[in-house]
Design a protein around this ligand. Structure first.
Ligand SMILES: *Cc1c(COP(=O)(O)O)cnc(C)c1O
Length: 409
């Protein structure tokens, strides 16, 4: 901790990903615990995904939820340089954040928009909303008519996800309404798949069939949408026939595979690593209880290390006594309950371990690697949720600038 005297002589630095201010010299953001974002891995993943697309198929990088916890602004800048041409967010606020940071690429809001004031903000920030119902179409059109401008809109069909969208068999009526209403420009028609990560394609094929049917009916009614899209990461990796004009890829650009059976398609590299430092090391005798509830009791003399990261940073407490971390390329067991800000390790195998040494919770150290998939399977959840769970208390630190970015700046 900095006292007033020390802090006087120490410059503050801004995290180059999240923009938060931290005190200290250049290494200061790597003080207690942090998230490292490997921008070269991110660019690699974008190029890998682009590599399986037809040249005319566009890549929409899904950067909702602060780019799955990776830091939306820096991720957006990197993926756009690496070959993505569209961005997708979930909320109006997420779109505004990107525009305020000076990002100019087209940005689609995937979530539902229901009020006139949101539509005004969307128009002001040059964002592109999803239109899910005829009722929304009326609100959008009315608001835009007052502003005297037109708004590109993306029509969402429900083909089996049973989340947002108009039923696929009402697509023609819906699109006709949008075309008749003033100040709305049909930019695309899309749908979302419920089971694309499943190795059994039955439901996905049914959704694709419904999407095709809807498009055929639109064509028969003389409506030619400028763009069609259906695929998330899993569909993008599993079948070219699902690519249409544009693919909406989230998880794969962050370097994780949406299903075990899709691993062989591409060489993806995890982008996010979670690291923290050892803050204290001690020896405990046999029979010593460790952490709240004494859920761990030593059965031998043990070297114990305290690490400055806990569940308030996003390390799930349910991994207590089951978590493994990496130090000096070795796998180390976590012991006792994970607490809000700290956790303990059995470091008997590294007798000379010192405070300040780096602990890798997620990521690579030497030949060993721990991925979000490892945590997800231990917890009975999915890697998407693990990536999104790291809190803003952890600064995001960008590492390894992509080559082309260095060349530009
Ligand atoms: C989140 C989302 C995606 C991206 O999904 P991934 O599985 O992460 O690729 C695509 N489309 C929609 C509508 C989404 O909500």
């Amino acid at each position: 901790m900095l006292n007033r005297e020390q802090s006087r002589g120490v410059a503050s630095v801004r995290c180059n990903v999240c923009g938060k201010l931290t005190f200290g010299a250049s290494e200061a953001v790597r003080q207690r615990a942090w998230v490292e974002i490997d921008l070269e891995a991110l660019a690699n993943n974008v190029r890998q995904v682009k590599g399986i697309l037809q040249p005319e198929t566009e890549l929409m990088a899904v950067v909702k939820a602060d780019a799955y916890g990776h830091g939306a602004v820096r991720v957006a800048q990197t993926v756009l340089r690496a070959g993505a041409s569209w961005l997708a967010v979930a909320t109006l606020q997420e779109g505004v954040e990107l525009r305020e940071a000076g990002i100019l690429a087209p940005i689609v809001i995937l979530g539902a928009i229901n009020t006139s004031s949101e539509v005004q903000a969307i128009a002001y920030y040059d964002l592109q909303p999803t239109l899910c119902t005829p009722q929304q179409a009326l609100i959008f059109s009315e608001t835009m008519s007052v502003l005297g401008e037109s708004l590109p809109v993306h029509l969402k069909l429900d083909t089996g996800m049973s989340r947002l969208g108009t039923p696929w068999y009402c697509a023609t009526e819906f699109a006709q309404l949008v075309q008749q209403l003033p100040n709305l420009d049909l930019a695309s028609i899309y749908s979302h798949l419920a089971t694309a990560d499943d190795s059994d394609p039955t439901v996905m094929k049914q959704q694709q069939f419904r999407f095709q049917e809807a498009i055929a009916q639109l064509k028969a009614a003389g409506i030619q949408p400028p763009r069609l899209h259906l695929a998330n990461s899993a569909a993008t990796l599993s079948d070219r026939a699902l690519h249409y004009d544009l693919v909406r890829v989230g998880l794969a650009i962050y370097g994780l595979y949406p299903g075990e059976h899709l691993r062989s398609i591409l060489e993806l590299m995890p982008v996010l690593q979670v690291k923290a430092r050892v803050t204290q090391v001690k020896t405990i005798p046999p029979g010593t209880g460790v952490s709240y509830g004494h859920k761990f009791v030593s059965d031998r003399p043990m070297r114990l290390a305290v690490v400055g990261i806990g569940y308030a940073d996003g390390v799930p407490r349910n991994l207590s006594n089951r978590l493994h971390v990496l130090i000096r390329g070795k796998s180390i067991s976590q012991i006792g309950a994970i607490t809000m800000d700290q956790l303990m390790l059995d470091v008997t195998s590294i007798p000379d371990l010192q405070p300040g040494e780096v602990v890798t919770l997620l990521g690579k150290d030497g030949n060993l690697q721990i991925t979000a998939d490892d945590w997800a399977s231990a917890l009975g959840t999915i890697s998407w949720e693990i990536l999104c769970s790291f809190k803003h208390r952890l600064p995001r630190v960008g590492i390894s600038q992509p080559q082309e970015e260095l060349a530009i700046s």
